[in-house]
Design a protein around this ligand. Structure first.
Ligand SMILES: [Zn+2]
Length: 373
């Protein structure tokens, strides 16, 4: 029978299936609590799903402090679906896959024309590359749940990316790259349990993502967290930034750590050599990264005074360079933020390294599924 309008029953079932897909396995009591539904409703729906063969049931080890017979867990029979992250950076189109549970699966990239090429052309090879990624991970196309396009600018509408989602026959979400990093750390990394934090992306580009009240804050026009375009130098006649402003942070530091290092060392040292020197605690290189931290930390100090977040979380992809950058940020906050805020805000390293953006894409899709009415 066709089912145009979901009934309360099918909505309950959808919600339980989503929760199980996201969490792996759960007891009926845990499922009822997460779904916010009466235990009897959940027990009835689970019994039906077990009869239909969509769920499996098994005994688990008792939870700590639990007496008596352990409750039984239920889990989905079908393997978890996967999410693809698509990004274009430094002239390369990159696709990464992860399971809904947050396990990275495979990754491919391809050089694409840049310059004045239109964004649609840069995404042209994406479907082929995505199918190759699915093959690499042994995942059938039907298990692809959604594609997330990471963009370096404030989040636009679906724009040129819409055909990609259509061609793959799945929903296509577009999100700002720093927002994805923030979401990744919030759900899977160091931000778990923090009510509010500012995520600072430096590795792939300069940006920030704001998590307020446990949710990503995009702002009224989608511009929230555009750290790269905070004015840090009064430059009446300075070079114009592409955003239309002058003296933007991105003009002072370069658009990412890579460019920052390239500017500082010109032809003398490669980016990887500079990172190796940071790991070897070379004083000159560490000084350079501490300077970067202080420069980025100056506008962050004002942001901290205004927002009073629990933490500033630094992009975990910086490796050995992260430590001096964090020290520079800490110094700028201690010096320029309101003392009460400076005393309480923590400066933490992201735990997810290069995977923050990919896991952020997973978190975005999961949140959308769980928020669905
Ligand atoms: Zn700008």
């Amino acid at each position: 029978m066709p089912d145009a309008q979901p009934t309360a029953g099918t909505r309950t079932v959808q919600r339980l299936l989503t929760l199980l897909e996201v969490s792996g396995s759960l007891t009926r009591a845990e499922l009822a609590e997460l779904a916010g539904l009466p235990p009897t409703t959940v027990a009835g729906a689970v019994a039906e799903l077990l009869r239909e063969g969509l769920l499996t049931e098994f005994e688990t080890a008792p939870r700590p402090g639990q007496a008596g017979r352990p409750p039984r867990d239920v889990a989905l029979v079908a393997p978890p679906r996967v999410i693809a992250l698509v990004s274009v950076r430094h002239g390369a189109l990159r696709i990464s896959l992860a399971s809904v549970g947050g396990d990275p699966l495979s990754d491919r990239s391809e050089v694409v024309p840049t310059g004045d090429a239109d964004p649609g052309a840069m995404l042209e090879p994406a479907p082929t590359l995505l199918l190759a990624c699915l093959r690499d991970s042994g995942v059938s196309r039907e298990r692809l749940a959604a594609v997330v396009l990471s963009v370096p600018h404030p989040r636009p509408g679906s724009g040129p990316s819409a055909p990609l989602g259509e061609r793959m026959g799945v929903p296509m979400l577009v999100e700002n790259d720093a927002n994805l990093g923030a979401l990744g750390e919030a759900v899977f990394g160091v931000g778990r349990g923090l009510d509010s934090f500012v995520y600072v992306m430096l590795g792939k580009g300069i940006g920030a993502g704001l998590v307020l009240g446990g949710r990503l804050h995009r702002g009224a026009s989608g511009f929230a967290g555009e750290l790269a375009h905070v004015q840090v130098r009064e430059q009446e006649d300075g070079p114009l930034c592409f955003c239309g402003g002058r003296g933007c942070l991105a003009r002072v530091t370069g658009p990412s750590v890579r460019e920052f290092v390239e500017r500082a060392y010109a032809q003398r040292l490669s980016v990887s050599e500079v990172f190796s020197l940071a790991a070897a605690r070379d004083p000159g290189v560490r000084r350079l990264f501490a300077d970067l931290g202080r420069t980025v930390g100056r506008p962050l100090a004002d942001l901290c005074t205004m927002l009073d977040p629990a933490a500033v979380v630094l992009d975990g992809s910086l490796g050995a360079a992260g430590e001096p950058v964090m020290a520079g940020i800490r110094e700028a906050i201690d010096r320029h933020a309101a003392p009460a805020v400076a005393d309480s805000v923590r400066v933490l390293a992201g735990e997810l390294g290069d995977r923050a953006e990919l896991l952020g894409a997973v978190a975005l899709v999961r949140q959308r599924a769980l928020d669905a009415p």
